[in-house]
Ligand binder design. Sequence first.
Ligand code: C2E
Ligand code: MG
Ligand code: MG
Length: 698
Amino acid sequence: MVRHNGVAMIAAWFLAVYAIYVQTLVTRRLRAAESDLSWWWLIGGALTVGTGVWAQSFVSLLGRQLPIQLGYRPEIIMAAWLPAVMAGAITIGSIAQVRFSPFKRVRSVAAVSAIFCLIAYLNVSSTTLTPAVVWDGWMAGAALLIALVGAGVGSVMMRREQLLEARWSRQLLVALVLGSFLSLGQWLMIEAAGVPASAVCLSVDQLSGQHLEWLITGVVVMVLVLTQLGAALDGILRSRHAQLETSLRLAHTELQTAANRDALTGLLNRAGFEAYLGEVMASADECSGGVVVMRINLDGFRALVNTYGHALGDTLLRQVAQRLLVLVRSSDAPARADGEEFMLLLRNMPDQVTVIQLAQRIGAAVSMPCLIDGEEISVTCSIGIAMHSDSATPAQLIGHANEAMLTASKAGGGMYCLHAPGMDQSGSRQVEMQRELRHAIQRSELTLHFQPKLDALNGRLVGVEGLLRWTHPQRGPISPADFIPVAERFGLIGELGLWVLDEACRHMRVWLDMGLEIPVAVNMSAHQLREYDLEERVRDALDRHRVPASMLIMEITESVAMDDIEASLRVFDMLDRIGVKLSIDDFGTGYSSLSYLRRLPARQIKIDRSFVRDLDHSRDARAIVEAVVRLAHALGLQVVAEGVETQAQRDVLVELGCDELQGFLLGRPMPAAGLREWMALQPVKFLETVTEAMHVDI
Ligand code: C2E
Ligand code: MG
Ligand code: MG
């Protein structure tokens, strides 16, 4: 008659649950451990968990009380311990694996459940009974099935990711479910061993004793507790280590940030700026262009600090930094270099005109008065601009911006200056020129000359081109080819353009009052094309002098028009709306795309004089002019030939079908008074003919 020792059964169940719980802890530690420690966790875990499983099986066996005295053969009991450790190793190892295929999962589930049954079988066999134990195949099969189900459920529940993120309650649940399955399987397997009624134990003199289950349970629980403590300690140490590492990394980052920041303004400092510029220029897509460096120096800052003190200087620098931050985009990098100098890195700048507009806004923002301690302080700044296309390395780019800034500063400050190749040599001459140009308007040194444009067929005057002239009091006349680029570099071209526009309209009014309707063409620079208030400026000039918009022609060179076709389209459409006519100057020197040319609402193109010059001796030039005339006419555009110097050129141009001619042969650029004299000398009477000519739609 078989009886059961309830305490031993509960102890066996407890051992199973605890062993599985410790296994989940060990698996976590194994995942978290560095590679050299993970082996130790695998071996140690397999030993303790295996021991737990083995003890569970043995204590289950002890819970089955037979009416005869029993003894257990220690070598067989110990032999059962080895597969138990193996089962522990398989389970821990497989759960800790990063990739665990379904096939491997099934294989390990099958192996572990078979091992569980083997342990029970070996433990039962450690009592040598005669007649021998009779195994109940069905029950053993049921035990194997339970072990399989248990191991399968366990394998799903102990999926790596779940276990790694699991809280202790989930681990306990896993342990309870699995431990119960394991206990049930073991119990069934032991029950499958039928003991004949007449059985006698031959190993009664071997391992036996009262309360053996207590001894084993106690020892194994201690082993499990030690392992659990070890796992907990390892976890605490590891999280401390991780915390320490994180705070070290943070401290390092903060240190690096502090090393790259300017303490006063919070902007990047020189080192930070240089490092960032290096990164930007090294990245492939930025090298394609659009990188610009500006150096912004506060004029007269030292004198200000000497007068008002350092505290005021610091406040001023902080305010300037704030104004810079407001003006730049988030992708730009403003920095404070040293003392009173700021730097600015701009990325993806579409063109020079946009850069200049920003420089003007910065100049205006910096020069706005700052109220500091009741004092109204005003400073101006000198801005040096260098574009990436001129400089190969970050150091060169910064150096070029510096040269430009020094040039602007030497020129009196309160202005920007673009770096130009060879600037250091020609720099001082240009600085001198811009300084004088600045005052040229007030000193009335500028005049507008007019060059006639004649109808190719009948020689009638159809209009004039207004060309700017500067007569320097000492150096005499200076060519616009020399001073217009200087005006563009030093930000004077806007003012000059406005003056020319006003002067052109003023003359048209004078002539209109005399009964002469002479349209004037003025040249427009790239900068004017981008002026946000261009429409207002043009309207103002026309209104002020009561001149019809249709009498004004604006010339823009082909290369400028095609450089930023979208901007040109916008401006051209706007001018077309007002009624101002548009002409594409120096045609043939750029890279006109026909499709764009069609989209521009221009009325005429002016063939560059280089083609006209070669007309009498070059067949190519003739072929080009012929093609341009045909193309322009096909697009409904008029053709003006510039630079006509000889009668032969004139004849060819007339033959090729040019509509208008302009050149020294017909009339040089001359002051307004000279133009009236020139008209008086012409065989045609302009008072009627000009008015008639105006009816031809140019
Ligand atoms: P552009 O608009 O193509 O002006 C025509 C230039 O050709 C003028 O030179 C004119 O004097 C010159 N020219 C005319 N006929 C002949 C000829 O038969 N032979 C030769 N060799 N030259 C001839 P200029 O006045 O020196 O002007 C040069 C350039 O400066 C102009 O070229 C224009 O691009 C620019 N410019 C002149 N005035 C202004 C202005 O008010 N604003 C702007 N933005 N640019 C201007
Ligand atoms: Mg022109
Ligand atoms: Mg031209």
